[in-house]
Design a binder for this molecule. Structure first.
Ligand code: ADP
Ligand code: MG
Length: 484
């Protein structure tokens, strides 16, 4: 008998685009000197009180709308009580499903392997991140810059069925957060972290009925999309083997962790050891009225999403579905492409250079486009020189790599280098005349049948111009000369 997997995700995404933290006025900034963005309230000093950041709530509500959730009339925050060195207050401010958090009962559609899939959203809630712990050989450092950074947690129903689907869903959500201007959503910076829930069930049973679902295994803190893929595949295999050995049904609900090094999930605790967090409503934050007019205002301000841009690229720019998909996948890549187009670079040329050269380079070097030396404006300079035939496409590629390697503006390189192509017919014609006059005996031989001397003439012109003569024009003019 076959089995199907049921997968539910708890996806955390740091809100990186607010100026300050979610309950304090400390800067929300990722890469500053450790412990430089800390206010007394982040450390729970006596007498300090949290102040809710309206911008964070606005972004959270916007995300809730994009996920087709229902928004609350009043918003509350709750204390989740536990102690850990990264949590100086002894509790995390978060939201429980009752009363309503920023969103409940939504639905998300996304593409996976050219099919539209849909996942129900159980809830979306706003909470604060903990500090970050950096472990060294004999000590650990705590950086409270992250303590109190706004965090959105999205909880799906177990509607996903494979590692592929789970990763496609996460990529879709990353794009939503980026396009909405909520977060950079960069998992390399630890801005996206997931708990993955996996069970398997007999494929003949009715999937709609939760009674038929298998025992949920939760895998904590998977920090990369690759990790999510591997953890799910490992877990499905492990659970299928338990089924086949008749041991699945006696298995308890448990929490495991993903161990990157061994590529396995490791037992942490069973459901009976679950922590009781003693939730209660945070008394220092009065309930916040969410007015209909504010919600309306937020809804109107939702920016263009990836799928809108993709549609525009296909319908208005006549790009292929494939190119459009590649271009919109990361917002910063799409912005880069649009900057070229707005800079009057031909759409097809821009699309081709971004998908092949730019993405090829940043993927090969595993960097983000923000860290890519050649800004859109600089690539624009190269493509304009190419468009006006000042340089050949081979030279454009050379210039592209030279600019990146030497970290020099192509504008300067163009000025100082020998790259600029000669395309002026008159100029080339003068050189052709001169070269041919100096090669009378070769012309004689050519006319007597040694036609491969044609390349020799081209070579002489190139030598004279140090390779700068446009080859098409050069060949044309030599032919004309020989036919005279
Ligand atoms: P808990 O009470 O343990 O937190 P929840 O019902 O809140 O469990 O679900 C937490 C996550 O587990 C959700 O993402 C949900 O979709 C997922 N989940 C629940 N049941 C299953 C199951 N049988 N198999 C896989 N995932 C599940
Ligand atoms: Mg839960």
């Amino acid at each position: 008998m076959g089995y199907i997997a049921k997968i539910g995700l708890e996806m955390h995404c740091e809100v990186s685009e607010t100026n300050t933290k979610v309950f304090s006025s400390a800067r929300n900034s990722y890469s500053d000197i450790p412990n430089s963005n800390v206010r007394p309230v982040d450390m729970a000093f006596p007498g300090t009180l949290p102040v809710v950041n309206k911008e964070a709530v606005r972004m959270a509500l916007m995300a809730s709308m994009i996920l087709n959730c229902k928004q609350p009339e009043y918003m509350y925050f709750e204390r989740k009580n536990y102690y850990y060195p990264d949590l100086p207050k002894g509790f995390q401010l978060t939201q429980e499903t009752k009363p309503i958090p920023v969103g409940i009962y939504g639905k998300v559609e996304f593409e996976c392997d050219n099919e539209i899939k849909s996942v129900r959203v159980n809830n979306l809630h706003l909470e604060e991140d903990a500090a970050s712990l950096d472990h060294y050989f004999s000590s650990s450092n705590i950086d409270y810059n992250r303590a109190g950074v706004p965090l959105l947690e999205l909880v799906t129903e177990p509607d996903l069925h494979s590692a592929n689907e789970a990763v496609a869903f996460l990529e879709h959500m990353r794009s939503v957060y980026q396009y909405a201007g909520i977060s950079e959503a960069d998992s390399k910076k630890g801005q996206i972290r997931c708990d993955v829930n996996v069970s398997i069930m007999d494929e003949n049973l009715d999937e709609e009925d939760p009674k038929n679902w298998g025992t949920k295994i939760e895998i904590k803190n998977v920090n990369s999309f690759g990790g999510v893929r591997d953890a799910i595949n490992y877990e499905i295999k492990r659970q299928t083997e338990l089924k086949e050995n008749g041991k699945y049904d006696e298995m308890e609900q448990q929490t495991r962790r993903w161990d990157e090094e061994s590529g396995t999930t490791i037992y942490m605790r069973s459901k009976v050891d679950a922590i009781d967090y003693k939730y209660f409503v945070e008394p220092n934050i009065p309930k916040i009225k969410i007015s209909k007019s504010w919600l309306e205002e937020i809804r109107k301000s939702i920016p263009e999403m990836a799928l809108d841009r993709k549609k525009k690229y296909i319908e208005k720019y006549n790009l292929s579905d494939y190119d459009a998909t590649v271009l919109v996948k990361e917002k910063n890549v799409s912005d880069y492409f649009e900057e070229l187009v707005n800079n009057n670079i031909d759409v097809k040329v821009a699309a081709n250079w971004v998908t092949v050269q730019v993405l090829g380079y940043i993927n090969k070097h595993d960097i983000s486009i923000n860290d890519f030396y050649l800004k859109a404006e600089m690539l624009g300079t190269i493509l304009k020189a190419l468009g006006s035939k000042k340089i050949s496409s081979k030279q454009a590629k050379e210039l592209f790599f030279k600019a990146i390697e030497e970290e020099k503006d192509p504008k300067e390189l163009l000025k100082s280098s020998d790259m600029t192509q000669i395309t002026d017919e008159k100029e080339i014609s003068d050189i052709v005349d001169k070269v041919m006059e100096n090669n009378q005996s070769q012309i004689e031989e050519y006319k007597n049948g040694k036609t491969n001397l044609f390349d020799y003439f081209v070579g002489q012109v190139m030598k004279e111009t140090r390779g700068k003569a446009n080859p098409v024009i050069t060949k044309k003019l030599i032919s004309q000369y020989l036919e005279k």
